[in-house]
Design a binder for this molecule. Structure first.
Ligand SMILES: [Zn+2]
Length: 93
């Protein structure tokens, strides 16, 4: 077993060349090394592209969740404001 720099260019983690995935960024180490050994740069590139696509999808999902949470907060605040206005209206009667 040898330590290699993670195959994801943006990641600086040292990982085992036997690792299935980079523990830091999740890059598929084993599959990429296998493609390289088989002299298949297209295969390695496809694996890297698939990994980036998964990360993008995850980020998009998290962004969607964040927006959803913000919307729920806004609704909650609007409800509180309405309750407050109703109470004031009653007090003013
Ligand atoms: Zn990594």
């Amino acid at each position: 077993m040898a330590l290699i720099k993670c195959l994801e260019p943006d990641c600086t983690k040292m990982v085992s060349d036997k690792a299935e995935y980079c523990p830091e960024c999740g890059f598929p180490i084993a599959a990429t090394l296998k493609a390289q050994w088989e002299h298949s740069p297209e295969g390695a590139a496809a694996i890297a592209e698939e990994h980036r696509r998964e990360i993008r999808l995850r980020e998009e999902k998290e962004e969607a969740k964040r927006i959803e949470r913000e919307r729920e907060e806004e609704i909650e605040n609007a409800k509180k404001l309405l309750t407050f206005k109703n109470i004031r209206a009653k007090l003013d009667e």
